[in-house]
Write a protein that binds this ligand. Structure first.
Ligand code: NAD
Ligand code: MG
Length: 388
């Protein structure tokens, strides 16, 4: 009989975390949850703890830990803080870590898990954006598997099965185009957080939903694809495909193109990452082609959506430039959500941060942390100057 895989989920209360729990619950003879972590959503975490009976859970701080302890069985250890995240991912009762925190917070726990020899199912794309070279080097050194949960990268991995990577011509990432695909520049200047949070095809956490509206999400995915599949940026292309049925494509040197299709639901890429290279049967909704009727494509407009070209720019620059882009983006998205800058202020803020903060060429953890801090400080000061 196959050994059961022990799983820790970083960010179990998030959109990816919740879908992951549904996938795992449907495959009880393969997986067992040993750790769950969340930031602040104690009510949901306590419900998940009762449902999955993990060995331990981690929350943001001691105050949240106290609240959780009063709601759950004492056989579950309740810990708090970032050090506890670093601790649990290296424990012997963890075989695989689902990295599903949002943003830069995912970097250190993911890195620690790799160093402890754990396999990784990666939703937290920001980890590869800021630390790609370092992460891939550690993945090789520790002989772990790192499998993408992002739907585009899962699609590419599926298209590459049975193929030689040297026969790949280019990767074609599909993008929904977000809610503002057909708005003019003037209209885009006036959009509100409420409008930006309504994604046409996917239901996700707020940060990635804003990233999808600016097309920064696709820019981050270009960088992610570069590190996962080892192709240079001029062989990674983006095409807007508003129906989100084709999740991405691979064009081979002979001109043949393979695509992976499915309904927009993250459960499929999550299950593929957890069971790779097997495909257990699932109850996920099927594609109904007569209902879809049409699949359409258009080129992305980098003038109305400058975030995408900024991502290509930092991938060329290398070193800590992607970490500056990522931190400036996280800070600017937060400011937009708080209605302190307009939507178009997001790419402006990022471009200014990239111009002001020189990239370091050697990518150490310290250099990444410095770049992240400097970019956040820059955006904070810049905003004060703009609003006074
Ligand atoms: P989310 O906001 O729904 O969930 C984030 C989770 O991380 C929550 O459990 C939250 O408690 C926890 N968290 C947030 N900040 C934290 C911090 N500072 N320290 C510790 N924990 C913290 O986000 P999501 O949509 O599930 O996205 C998670 C990651 O997956 C992101 O990197 C996103 O880009 C990626 N991703 C998401 C989707 C999707 O469909 N949602 C698709 C592809 C990739
Ligand atoms: Mg994606």
């Amino acid at each position: 009989m196959k050994r059961i895989t022990n799983i820790a989920i970083l960010g179990s209360t998030g959109s990816i975390g919740r879908s992951s729990l549904d996938v795992i619950e449907a495959l009880p003879d393969r997986f067992r949850i040993t750790y769950l972590t969340a930031h602040r959503n104690i009510d949901l975490l306590s419900e998940q703890t009762r449902r999955f009976q993990p060995h331990g859970v981690v929350v943001r701080d001691e105050a949240h830990a106290q609240r959780l302890r009063s709601q759950v069985n004492s056989s579950t250890e309740v810990l708090s803080g970032e050090d506890a995240l670093l601790d649990i991912v290296s424990r012997p009762d963890v075989d695989l870590v689902i990295s599903a925190l949002v943003g830069f917070a995912g970097l250190r726990p993911t890195l620690r898990a790799i160093e402890a020899g754990k396999d990784i199912a990666l939703a937290n794309k920001e980890t590869l954006v800021v630390g790609g070279a370092l992460i891939m080097e550690k993945v090789r050194a520790h002989g772990v598997h790192l499998l993408p949960i992002d739907s585009e990268h899962s699609a590419i991995l599926q298209c590459l099965q049975g193929e030689d990577i040297r026969s790949v011509g280019r990767l074609i990432l599909t993008a929904s185009g977000g809610p503002f695909l057909n708005l003019s520049h003037e209209e885009i200047c006036r959009v509100t957080p409420g409008q930006a949070l309504k994604h046409p095809t996917w239901s996700m956490g707020s940060k990635i939903t804003i990233d999808s509206a600016t097309l920064m999400n696709k820019g981050l995915e270009v960088i992610e694809a570069h590190w996962l599949f080892g192709l240079p940026s001029d062989r990674i292309e983006v095409i807007v495909h508003p129906q989100s049925i084709i999740h991405s494509m691979v064009e081979f040197v002979d001109g043949s193109v393979k695509a992976q299709l499915g309904i927009p639901d993250m459960k499929l890429p999550i299950q593929y990452a957890l069971t790779y290279p097997e495909r257990p049967p699932s109850m996920f909704k099927r594609v109904d082609f007569s209902e879809i009727a049409r699949l359409t494509f258009q080129k992305p407009d980098m003038e109305r959506f400058p975030c995408l070209s900024l991502a290509y720019r930092v991938l060329q620059e290398g070193g800590t430039a992607p970490a500056v882009l990522n931190a400036a983006n996280e800070a600017a998205v937060q400011l937009f959500l708080e209605e302190r800058i307009p939507f178009t202020g997001i790419p402006e803020m990022i471009a200014d941060a990239l111009d002001a903060i020189p990239a370091e060429s050697e990518l150490t953890l310290d250099a990444i942390l410095r770049a992240d801090r400097d970019a956040r400080t820059f955006v904070a000061h810049h905003t004060v100057l703009h609003t006074h």
